[in-house]
Every structure is written in structure tokens, then in C-alpha cells.
Write a protein that binds this ligand. Structure first.
Ligand SMILES: Nc1nc2c(c(=O)[nH]1)N[C@H]1C(S)=C(S)[C@@H](COP(=O)(O)OP(=O)(O)OC[C@H]3O[C@@H](n4cnc5c(=O)[nH]c(N)nc54)[C@H](O)[C@@H]3O)O[C@H]1N2
Ligand SMILES: Nc1nc2c(c(=O)[nH]1)N[C@H]1C(S)=C(S)[C@@H](COP(=O)(O)OP(=O)(O)OC[C@H]3O[C@@H](n4cnc5c(=O)[nH]c(N)nc54)[C@H](O)[C@@H]3O)O[C@H]1N2
Ligand SMILES: [Mo]
Length: 762
């Protein structure tokens, strides 16, 4: 065997031998969800640990589910406030399997790199700090003290603090995130890219310039008062299953639910609530009253069509008083829509004029509308435009500052919103830096840092020497896997603070370290006793989270303790008080971050507290004009050649981002395989492809081709010219230089691809 380092960095690109395709499921939830959720918990954790963990999740004194950022109800928490996929996320962390130093002694990096992401995810919890010396083929154990000495030594040796990059994934608590960004700025850089750069960055950009805030304007209770809910570019059945209960309650009241998605996702068709008896035996509650199978990236055209249809009515059913008092730019916006062509709208959206008019009628009649969206809108070149068209639609009806109405970007990672609030951002505001500097008596760097894509480019250019990650799986989550791998390889040192093994531990700089940490579900005991942390959900509610399970290993450190040790070794601060009692971190957060006053007492309230929101609370739009702004966006046209398709990269039901729980995508009827491409049957016929055929997917961008090998073709209900495949297997196809305007988010939902048929061997 070759002992060369990092020779085979991409997942094994082999066909799935046992792939089975059935019809998509007709309803989500039900007994199946409970069975799968409980089975995976018990299998990973054993019965006692599983019961203890599942009874504690999302309870007032329990831990926040590491699954997603959907809020918990204040007054209606079920005994088990979790969902199938939350249970899988907990099982993944609470597993009894362990990765010990012996595991690494027995396997070289090269050998590990040949295993699939699923295999890597299934090996259990990391138990000991590990070190990969320059040129070595195996990780070896290292003491925490030595680990921090190596990292701080390397950081201090850099010619400039800007030669280091500090990534964050959105599971990190507010306490850890606050200390981390403070340490990084004391060290002297704003190089703080995060998973948000690949996720909802476009939402923040779109909203800050139009409504003056980057956060969603609805609370969970608003869903009880909405008469119309639009779910666009989001698959809640898989990624935010607890949202289905909210939708079910709304549907039962007669609220209209409009789904806009190239795929008719099962989770939006019908829902069998597993918390109800009827959820086990009935056929479930129908959810979406309307479904528009928009073409991939046809959303600007569709939303413009809906707006045009509303404005074309003899007396347009719009909220003229609201528009006059609170908005700017309406006349230009209306003129632009008058000029828009129905032919172009229908062609680009793939939806007929009649269907658009019908949905426009429902929206126009709504007195309280909520629009929810996620990655289906944020990962396109014109992503900011997509979201601003949603804002336009909401403004037309005056759906801000009103009960039951507003904008609802549904966040992904459970604390991604909180991490931003704590200052994890490569472009911090001057006001934030001023407050931070005043509280901690230093001058923070003002120069903007690298976002995720810029960080990868800088690593490749050789200007970044150290890559440090607080959580996540940068290599697999980032675009252009081969290019990202090359960038990481060029670093002098890469460090991962992690709970589980992933590919970022295998594709490394010359030296690499793994620092294993406590997870959400685990007891965190420090000098003053048991600690809790706090998080902010997708709707701006801050609440506590406290794990109770025994830690996976006595050698784990908490994330706040890791950040403190690193800061003490690198910038010479004495932060021991911060570790012994996390209240002392929260006291400082309260002084720096507006809205967090008296954090320590308010976070101890049973349901936490809601952060102030200028639009929701007082219709205050903090834009330069003090008005909410209508914006104008041309209908985008992707450059799709003959025999080419637009491809979107999506999540299956059995994964959490790059962590693969299993090989099934139950609701879509795909079993025992992930290397699949979902295609329209007419497109398949035109390409002379049959279901089950093997293809390489080739992406095309600015004359450069990228290839992902060995996918099976699956016939699926998807608009013509469109296809879909799973992330992260297809990240190798995402061009590093194809990013969204303004937000710089990789365009992983609109890749231009072609299929090359390959012979099936064996
Ligand atoms: N179980 C589980 N839960 C998760 C995650 C997970 O991986 N697993 N990930 C978490 C994270 S970090 C995030 S960000 C969220 C992600 O949550 P989602 O955004 O729901 O995740 P995706 O699978 O990326 O789904 C995008 C949806 O958009 C649709 N879509 C794709 N392209 C387009 C388009 O051009 N237009 C429209 N209108 N729709 C489109 C797809 O068909 C799909 O239904 O979930 C969070 N929760
Ligand atoms: N093609 C394509 N690419 C995408 C996307 C897409 O839709 N399509 N989605 C993008 C999105 S929305 C996101 S958010 C990113 C996700 O990017 P990341 O957040 O970087 O990736 P994850 O897969 O969530 O990270 C999983 C790893 O986190 C570690 N981990 C889990 N829990 C903890 C913890 O409590 N503490 C610490 N320190 N580590 C922990 C484990 O070691 C695990 O292996 O991917 C992006 N990439
Ligand atoms: Mo995300």
C-alpha cells in the first residue's frame, strides 16, 4: 500500500450495488417515523441512554436538539418534543461506539480516505486529542497541553494574523462562539468564515438592504394566525420535521399552504402526526393546498408573475396605505412589472399563466401571510434577488408588523443564527467592533476577513497557513471538493474541533490536529459545577441547553474550555473564570451584544426570551431611507447548452449535511444508495437513458469541466431540463468561482451539467 499522504481524498466513487427504487411516499411522519427514529436511537445508544436522551430533548431544562433551528412551542411541548430526524441526530451523538487512539494506530490516513462518508460517520465518537505530524501516515495521541502548545506556537510564528482562518459550524453555543470571535479578534484578524456563508447568507444580505434587519420577522405563534403560508425552496418533512406539526395545525384551521418546489416533496403533501393516535392509523392531514413545480431557479420569474397578476387586477388587491407609509420604490417596481412579459415568465418558471393567476388570487386575498424559505432559494447566483422578490410580495400586502404575517428564513444548524449574533462574521459592523473593543480594552481589526469561498482561494494562493475549525466538515461541505482539498493540503497546519470523524480529518495541512469535544447532549462539569449554554433559534428566541448524558470519554473538553485554553496559550489572557462558570461569559455577552441585557437571569426563564426585532415589534425599517424598499430584478437566464441540464443538490432523509445516517431517502422512495440522479422521463428518453443506467455527471462552468463518477439514473417527477442529486457527493461539481451576487454563497442549487453514460462493470 502507498504511504503517500492524502492520495485518495474524494469518497470512493462507486455505484451502489443494492440500490432499490420505489414510489415516493404519500404522507410524512406516522408510525414509520417513530419506528425509524427510535430504532436508530436504541441501536446506537442502548435503551436506557436513548430513553433518557429523548425525554430530555427540547424540554425546558433539557438540551436543545442538535437537529435543526425550528423553535419549540412555549406552551404545548409534547412529552417527547423531537422528530425522527432529531432522534437520529441525537443517536449520532449519543452513540456508544468510540474511536480510540488504537483505531487510528490501526489505520493510515490513506486507508481511511478510501471509506465512504457513511462508514466514517458510523465509527463513533472521537475520544482523545490526536496529532498528525508532518509527513506521518497515522494520527497519534497527544496531550491537550501539547496540542495547545503546538497550535499557539504555529499561530504565533505567522508573519501576520491574517495568515490564519477560523471557521465555525452552526452547532456552536453562544458562549463558545462569543469567546471564539473575541479570541480571533484579539489575535488580530476577522478571518471568521462560517457555514452560514454556504447557507442563509443570501437571506441576510437580501433582508438587511430591504427591511433593515437580517433576521426573520415572525414568531412561532404567528403561525396560529396566518391565513396563507408559502413554503418555497424548503423541504421541512426531512430537514425541519417539527415544522410539519405547525403546518398541520394551520391546515386544520383552513390556512392555505402553497408549496413552490421543483419536487413534490412528501412532507408537504400529507402529514401523520406521530404525537396523535390518528397519526398512526389515519391517512394524515393534507398540507399543501397548492403546489407549483417551478423549474430550478425559476423563482424570480414565478414571483414576478404572481406580483404582476396581482397588480393587473382592475383594483389591485394590495395594501396601499402600508405601501404609502412604510415603503420606497413602489412606482418603479410597478412599472417594471407592467413591462414584464408573460411569455418570459411562463417560460422561465415552467408554470402556466393560469396556475400563476390562481395562486396570485389566494395570495392577494390573504390578510396574514408568512413566507418560509431555505436552501432552494439561497444557493443560486441570483439568490439575493430570489429573496428580495419574496420581500416584494410581502410588502405588496403589507405583511410586516402584523400578527400572523412576515418573512421566515428557516435556518439550518441549531445555533447558526446565534453564532452570527455573537459576532461570528468576517464582515463585522463598526458598531459591534466598537462595543467589543470598549468592553475588552483593545482595538479590534477593522479590515474585513475571508468568507468561506475566499478562504479556500487564499489557501490555494498560499496566503493562509493555518486553518482552524470549531465544528463542521469544511472539506465536504465546501464547494469544489478537489480545489478545497488542494487548499487544505497547502496549509502548514489544520485543526478540527469535532465530535465525530469526517473527511476533514483526512484531508489536512502538513500537520493536523483533532480536538475532541463534548456534544450538546452531554454533562458539562466545570469548577463551579454543572454548566449550561444558550442558543438562539430561527425565530430569535434565546434559551438554555443542558446535556445530561455521561460524556463519551473522560478526555473530552467543552468548546468554551477549548477556546479559552487556546486563547490563553496564544494571546496571553487569563480567562480561567470564563471556564469555571459560564455565567461569567454571559455577563460579558450582556455588556457587548444589544438585546442580551440581564442575560443570566432571562436565560433562566422557562422558555428563555425573545430578542427585540425592529420590524416585528414597531415597524421600524433600519434602512438608509427608514423605509422598506421594493427592489427590481431581471428574470435570470442560465446558460444551458444542448444536452445540458440544471442540477440542484439536495439532502436525503438519512443525512445531516455531510453526516450520513443511512442510505435511504424514504419519502422519495430511494433505498440503499446515494449516488443517484433524479431526472424527468422525457429528458431521459431524449438522452437515450433508462432508469438504472450508470452515468458520470459533468458540470460546466466558464469552459471548465468537473466530473462526479458513477451515478444511477432515477426517473422522477421533476420539471423538464432539471435534475437533482445529493450533497455532498456532488460538491466536486460545484465551481469555486460560481457564487451568488453579494452573498458569495456557492451556487450549489443551480449547476449546469451533462450526463455521460458509462458501462456497468461487474
Ligand atoms: N435531517 C436533517 N435536517 C437538517 C439538515 C440535514 O441535512 N438533515 N440540514 C440543516 C441545514 S444546515 C439546513 S441549511 C437546512 C436545509 O433545509 P432545506 O433547504 O429544506 O434543504 P435542501 O435539501 O437543501 O432542500 C432544498 C429544497 O429546495 C428545493 N429546491 C431545489 N432547488 C430549488 C429551486 O431552484 N427553487 C425552489 N423553489 N426550490 C428548490 C429542493 O427540491 C428541496 O426540497 O436543514 C437543516 N436541517
Ligand atoms: N452542494 C451543497 N453543498 C452544501 C449545501 C448544499 O445544500 N449543497 N449546504 C450547505 C449548508 S446549508 C451548510 S450549513 C454546510 C454545512 O457545513 P458544516 O456545518 O461544516 O458541516 P456538517 O456536516 O454539519 O458538520 C458535521 C461535523 O460537525 C461535527 N460536529 C457535530 N456536532 C458537533 C459539536 O457539537 N461540536 C463540534 N465542535 N463539532 C460537532 C462532527 O464532527 C461532524 O462530522 O454545507 C453546505 N454545503
Ligand atoms: Mo445550512
Amino acid at each position: 500500500m502507498s504511504d503517500e499522504r492524502n492520495p485518495e481524498f474524494l469518497s470512493p466513487e462507486v455505484l451502489d450495488a443494492n440500490l432499490r427504487i420505489g414510489p415516493p411516499a404519500q404522507s410524512a411522519g406516522g408510525a414509520g417515523a417513530v419506528k425509524v427514529g427510535l430504532t436508530s436511537s436504541v441501536k446506537q445508544m442502548g435503551l436506557a441512554r436513548a430513553v433518557s436522551a429523548l425525554l430530555d430533548v427540547n424540554q425546558r431544562k433539557g438540551f436543545d436538539c442538535p437537529g435543526c433551528a425550528w423553535p419549540d412551542p412555549d406552551d404545548r411541548r409534547a412529552v417527547a418534543e423531537f422528530c425522527e430526524n432529531g432522534a437520529k441526530a441525537i443517536a449520532e451523538e449519543g452513540t456508544l461506539k468510540r474511536i480510540t487512539p488504537e483505531f487510528f494506530a490501526a489505520r493510515s490516513i490513506n486507508e481511511l480516505s478510501r471509506e465512504s462518508d457513511f462508514w466514517l460517520s458510523q465509527q463513533g465518537r472521537l475520544t482523545h486529542p490526536m496529532y498528525l505530524p508532518s509527513g506521518a501516515t497515522h494520527y497519534q495521541p497527544i496531550s491537550w497541553h501539547e496540542a495547545f502548545k503546538k497550535i499557539s506556537g504555529k499561530l504565533k510564528s505567522l508573519a501576520s494574523p491574517n495568515e490564519a482562518v477560523f471557521y465555525t459550524s452552526g452547532r456552536t453555543s453562544n458562549e463558545a462562539a462569543f469567546l471564539y470571535q473575541l479570541f480571533v479578534r484579539l489575535f488580530g484578524t476577522n478571518n471568521l468564515p462560517d457555514c452560514s456563508n454556504m447557507c442563509h447568507e443570501s437571506s441576510g444580505q437580501a433582508m438587511i438592504s430591504t427591511v433593515g434587519t437580517s433576521k426573520g420577522s415572525v414568531s412561532l405563534k404567528d403561525f396560529d394566525f396566518a391565513d396563507c403560508i408559502v413554503v418555497i425552496g424548503q423541504n421541512p418533512g426531512t430537514n425541519h420535521p417539527r415544522m410539519l406539526r405547525t403546518l398541520q395545525t394551520a391546515a386544520r384551521r383552513g390556512c392555505k399552504i402553497i408549496s413552490i418546489n421543483p419536487l413534490a416533496e412528501t412532507g408537504l403533501k400529507r402529514f401523520q402526526n406521530p404525537q396523535e393516535i390518528s397519526g398512526f392509523i389515519g391517512s394524515g392531514t393534507p398540507l399543501a393546498t397548492h403546489h407549483l413545480p417551478v423549474k430550478i431557479n425559476g423563482d424570480v420569474a414565478l414571483l414576478k408573475g404572481i406580483q404582476k397578476a396581482i397588480l393587473e387586477q382592475p383594483v389591485p388587491p394590495i395594501n396601499s396605505d402600508f405601501i404609502a407609509q412604510y415603503t420606497a420604490g413602489f412606482d418603479a417596481f410597478r412599472a417594471n412589472l407592467q413591462d414584464a412579459s408573460w411569455i418570459e415568465i411562463v417560460e422561465s418558471s415552467g408554470i402556466s399563466e393560469q396556475d400563476i393567476r390562481e395562486v396570485a388570487q389566494v395570495i392577494a386575498q390573504s390578510k396574514a401571510m408568512i413566507c418560509c424559505w431555505a436552501m432552494g432559494l439561497t444557493q443560486h447566483q441570483n439568490a439575493v434577488g430570489n429573496i428580495q422578490e419574496i420581500i416584494n410580495l410581502l410588502l405588496l400586502g403589507g405583511h410586516f408588523g402584523r400578527r400572523g404575517a412576515g418573512a421566515c428564513p428557516v435556518r439550518g444548524h441549531s445555533n447558526v443564527q446565534g453564532d452570527r449574533t455573537m459576532g461570528i462574521w468576517e464582515r463585522p459592523s463598526l458598531e459591534f467592533l466598537r462595543r467589543l473593543g470598549t468592553e475588552f480594552h483593545f482595538t479590534p481589526p477593522h479590515e474585513h476577513g475571508h468568507n468561506t469561498v475566499e478562504a479556500i482561494e487564499a489557501m490555494n494562493a498560499g496566503t493562509i497557513k493555518v486553518f482552524f475549525a470549531l465544528g463542521g466538515n469544511f472539506l465536504s461541505a465546501a464547494p469544489d471538493t478537489a480545489f478545497t482539498a488542494q487548499g487544505l493540503n497547502r496549509c502548514e497546519m489544520t485543526v478540527q474541533v469535532s465530535t465525530k470523524l469526517n473527511r476533514s480529518h483526512l484531508i489536512t495541512g502538513a500537520e493536523a490536529l483533532i480536538l475532541p469535544c463534548l456534544g450538546r447532549t452531554e454533562l458539562d462539569v466545570q469548577a463551579s459545577g454543572e454548566q449550561f449554554v444558550c442558543v438562539e433559534n430561527s425565530m430569535g428566541v434565546v434559551h438554555s441547553s443542558q446535556g445530561r448524558l455521561d460524556p463519551a470519554s473522560p478526555d473530552l473538553m467543552s468548546e468554551p474550555a477549548i477556546v479559552v485554553a487556546l486563547a490563553q496559550a496564544t494571546v496571553g489572557v487569563d480567562w480561567s473564570d470564563f471556564v469555571s462558570n459560564y455565567d461569567s461569559i454571559r455577563d460579558r455577552i450582556a455588556k457587548v451584544i444589544p438585546g442580551f441585557e440581564n442575560l443570566n437571569s432571562r436565560v433562566r426563564e422557562p422558555n428563555g426570551f425573545e430578542l427585540p426585532h425592529p420590524v416585528r415589534d414597531s415597524l421600524e425599517f433600519r434602512t438608509p431611507s427608514k423605509k422598506a424598499c421594493f427592489t427590481i430584478h431581471a428574470i435570470p437566464h442560465l446558460n444551458v447548452g444542448p444536452d445540458q441540464f440544471v442540477m440542484t443538490t439536495i439532502r436525503s432523509h438519512d443525512q445531516y449535511n455531510t453526516t450520513i445516517y443511512g442510505l435511504d431517502d424514504r419519502y422519495r422512495g430511494i433505498h440503499q444508495g446515494r449516488r443517484v440522479v433524479l431526472m424527468n422521463t422525457q429528458d431521459m428518453a431524449a438522452q437515450k437513458l433508462s432508469a438504472g443506467d450508470a452515468v458520470d455527471i459533468v458540470s460546466h462552468h466558464l469552459g471548465k469541466q468537473r466530473r462526479a463518477k458513477n451515478f444511477r439514473v432515477v426517473a422522477y417527477e421533476i420539471p423538464r431540463g432539471c435534475c437533482a442529486s445529493y450533497f455532498p457527493e456532488t460538491n466536486v461539481l460545484v465551481p469555486i468561482d460560481s457564487i451568488a451576487d453579494l452573498s458569495h454563497t456557492p451556487t450549489s442549487k443551480s449547476l449546469i451539467v451533462s450526463m455521460e453514460k458509462v458501462a456497468i462493470v461487474g
